[in-house]
Design a protein around this ligand. Structure first.
Ligand SMILES: *Cc1c(COP(=O)(O)O)cnc(C)c1O
Length: 321
C-alpha cells in the first residue's frame, strides 16, 4: 500500500498540540564562536526540552492523537535512550499505560529515568531475543500501539516543531545543521524549513562510522548498515525509514559526517564556553559547522542541539580526554 507523507500542515497541527506542554526551548548564541567561525550561529537548545531531548515532541504528538481505544490499550516502545523517556513522560501526562522494551544491558540511569516517568520496563536479551517479536506479541495480547522512534508521520511532524520555533524566533537562515539518526528530526525539520525558509541550505550530519543516511541520500535507495561504533549513541541507527527517507531525499541539500574526535571538541566547547551539557549526538551540528566553516563565511547559520542526556561520569571522562 502506498504511504501518504505528512506535509508542513502536520507540523503546524503538532505545534498546537504541544503548546503549553513542551518547552519552547531557548535559542542561544556565542560571540566567541561567531568570531571563530566567521558566521552568525543560532543554537536551538533541545537539551533543555522536557526529558532532555527533542524526542518528547514527537512522542507527545503521537500519543495525543490516539483514539480512545488506543489510549485504553496503551503504548509500547523499544528504546534504551531518549525515545523511551519521551514516550514515558508523554504517556504519563496523557494517562496512557506505557511499556518500554529495553535491552538487559541498558544503562541503569536510563532505566531509572524511564521508570521514574511512570512507564513499565520490560527487558529483552539483545543477543538471543527478537524485539520485533516481543513488540508484536505485546501489541496482539494487550492491544497496545507501537510507536517507533523515528519512522512515523506523527513522530516526525512533532520533531519538526523545533525548527518551526527556531524560524519563528530568528527568521530565515542561510544554512541549518541537524543531527541525523533514523531521520525523524531531519525529515520534520525539512517540512518546516521548506515552508518557512525555503532558500536555506539544509544539512544533515551523521557520525562518520555510521553514514548510512549519506549513502542512502547519495544513491537514492535506503542503505542498511550494522550498528555503528560511535560515541553518538542517539545516531546508532542502521537505516532511514519509509517516511523519513523520501522527505529527506526531496528536501535536504546535503549530508555530511563528523568523527567522534570532532564531537568531543564540540562537547568541550559547549561545556567550557556556553556552560551547557550536550550529549555526543547533540554535538553533531556544531562539529559540522566547525568542519565546514570556510563555506559559511558571513552567513546566518542554525544548529539543532538535539539533546543533553549523558552519564555524568562519562561526561567527566570525555571532558578530560
Ligand atoms: C534520537 C536522537 C537523534 C537522532 O534523531 P532521528 O530522528 O533518529 O534522526 C539525535 N540526537 C539525539 C540527542 C537523539 O536523541
Amino acid at each position: 500500500m502506498p504511504i501518504t507523507l505528512p506535509t508542513y500542515q502536520a507540523v503546524v497541527d503538532a505545534s498546537k498540540r504541544l503548546e503549553g506542554v513542551a518547552n519552547v526551548t531557548p535559542v542561544l548564541t556565542s560571540r566567541t564562536l561567531d568570531n571563530d567561525i566567521g558566521a552568525q550561529v543560532f543554537f536551538k537548545c533541545e537539551n533543555y526540552q522536557r526529558t532532555g531531548s527533542f524526542k518528547f515532541r514527537g512522542a507527545y504528538n503521537s500519543l495525543a492523537k490516539f483514539t480512545d481505544a488506543q489510549r485504553q490499550g496503551g503504548v509500547v516502545a523499544f528504546s534504551s535512550g531518549n525515545h523511551a523517556q519521551g514516550i514515558a513522560l508523554a504517556a504519563s501526562l496523557l494517562k496512557i499505560p506505557a511499556i518500554i522494551v529495553m535491552p538487559t544491558d541498558a544503562p541503569a540511569a536510563k532505566v531509572a529515568a524511564t521508570k521514574g516517568y511512570g512507564a513499565e520496563v520490560i527487558f529483552y536479551d539483545r543477543y538471543t531475543q527478537d524485539r520485533e517479536a516481543i513488540g508484536q506479541a505485546l501489541a496482539a495480547e494487550r492491544g497496545m500501539t507501537l510507536i517507533p522512534s523515528y519512522d512515523h508521520p506523527d513522530v516526525l511532524a512533532g520533531q519538526g516543531t523545533a525548527a518551526k520555533e527556531l524560524f519563528d524566533s530568528v527568521g530565515p537562515l542561510d544554512a541549518l545543521f541537524v543531527g541525523l539518526g533514523g531521520g525523524g528530526m531531519l525529515s520534520g525539520t525539512t517540512l518546516s524549513t521548506r515552508a518557512l525558509s525555503p532558500d536555506c541550505t539544509l544539512i544533515g550530519v551523521e557520525p562518520q562510522a555510521g553514514n548510512d543516511g549519506q549513502q542512502s541520500f547519495n544513491s537514492g535507495v535506503i542503505v542498511h548498515i550494522d550498528t555503528p561504533d560511535t560515541l553518538a549513541d542517539g545516531a546508532q541507527t542502521q537505516h532511514l525509514g519509509q517516511y523519513t527517507f523520501p522527505i529527506i531525499l526531496n528536501g535536504v541539500n546535503r549530508i555530511v559526517t563528523v568523527t567522534d574526535e570532532e564531537l568531543v571538541w564540540a562537547m568541550k566547547f559547549f561545556a567550557e564556553r556556553m556552560k551547557m551539557v550536550v550529549e555526543p549526538t547533540g554535538c553533531l551540528g556544531l562539529a559540522a559547522v566547525r568542519k565546514y566553516k570556510a563555506e559559511l563565511q558571513g552567513q546566518r547559520v542554525g544548529v539543532m542541539i538535539t539533546g543533553g542526556n549523558i552519564d555524568i561520569e562519562k561526561l567527566g571522562t570525555l571532558l578530560q580526554s
